[in-house]
Design a protein around this ligand. Structure first.
Ligand code: NAD
Length: 297
């Protein structure tokens, strides 16, 4: 069997187009654009690429993009002052502080300082708590993007066996909460899990968020399962000196067994920014008191 490839790039493009349409309607209703502020501290090359992509996508969606670039010598108090200013700035609906932060800054303190109602990354403990108890809040973008791909592929997820490999606060834990919210039977596997192949073999849905290249083997996958590969790992390429991106799943082997699978790149990756725009759009509606048709995106 050869799996269907889940085209996250196309799905994300479609989501961004739908967000842009709703931004236009919001602008007409509220007489302003939704605004996303992104704060980057330091010169981390990967973070610079992410921040550039977020800025471009925000503008393309018709939103306002506010970029704050601070030197890597910035103190925690200086960064907190920027965050507090953004909290009270009415033109800012969403605040994102790009991680990782330099070592002199405690990221937990920074995240805790963001107004939870502007926390479009969904990292604040208030939003983690809202997700845990099933209240409306902001859900981290990558796992919410994974859930959108799963629902698009499978429709009703209720009763399915789901295994999430990885228990980070950014991907693994919120992913598991979302799947539980869809009435899946959820297992969270992690570095201490015994007999991971056996755990994965039971799953109708596998979400891999480990950060280890091609660790999930093809023969661990239950035939017909849906596999979502969150991993982004840079490994040596075929040509000397060149690198390539691979996921946490052995794609070549798993795609012979799975019913559907996301590729890397072009699967989960493009969903993150699209969902960030969607979360910012929702934040703008809530803050401006403009009704947002839930379920439309
Ligand atoms: P993390 O390092 O915070 O967490 C990794 C998790 O994997 C940990 O909970 C750990 O327990 C588990 N783990 C480690 N070794 C394991 C093993 N041998 N067996 C089972 N579990 C093991 O990573 P993260 O931030 O959750 O990211 C995971 C991956 O997803 C990374 O490759 C990252 O680059 C990628 N990622 C992609 C996106 C995106 O597509 N936009 C966003 C976030 C993260």
């Amino acid at each position: 069997m050869s799996a269907d490839i889940i085209d996250g790039k196309a799905f994300a493009g479609d989501l961004r187009a739908r967000v842009a349409e709703k931004v236009a309607a919001f602008r007409a209703a509220a007489d302003r654009a939704p605004g996303l502020a992104v704060v980057l501290v330091g010169e981390d090359p990967a973070s610079q690429v992410y921040v550039r992509s977020k800025h471009k996508a925000t503008i393309e969606a018709g939103m306002e993009s506010f970029e704050h670039r601070l030197p890597d010598t910035t103190t925690q108090d200086e960064l907190l002052a920027v965050v507090r200013r953004l909290n009270t700035d009415d033109s800012v609906d969403g605040i994102l502080v790009q991680l990782p932060l330099p070592p002199q800054i405690d990221e937990n303190v920074v995240i805790a300082t963001i107004d939870p109602d502007k926390d479009v990354d969904g990292f604040h403990v208030v939003n983690a708590g809202r997700l845990a108890v099933g209240q409306h809040g902001y859900v981290p973008c990558t796992p919410l993007g994974c859930l959108m791909l799963l629902k698009d592929r499978l429709g009703d997820l209720s009763g399915l066996d789901a295994v999430v490999i990885g228990r980070s606060n950014i991907v693994g834990k919120p992913m598991a909460q979302l799947l539980l919210g869809e009435s899946c039977t959820v297992t969270i596997a992690h570095s201490r899990t015994r007999d991971l192949p056996d755990v994965v073999k039971r799953a109708d849905i596998v979400v891999a968020a480990v950060g280890r290249p091609e660790m999930i083997r093809g023969d661990w996958i239950k035939p017909g399962a849906t596999v979502i590969d969150v991993g982004i790992n840079r490994v040596p390429g075929a040509e000397p000196g060149k690198t390539k991106l691979v996921g946490d799943v052995d794609f070549a082997a798993a795609s012979q067994v799975a019913g559907a699978i996301t590729p890397v790149p072009g699967g989960v990756g493009p969903m993150t920014i699209a969902v960030l725009l969607r979360n910012t759009l929702v934040a703008a509606h809530r803050r401006a008191g403009v009704p947002y048709a839930k379920g439309s995106i």
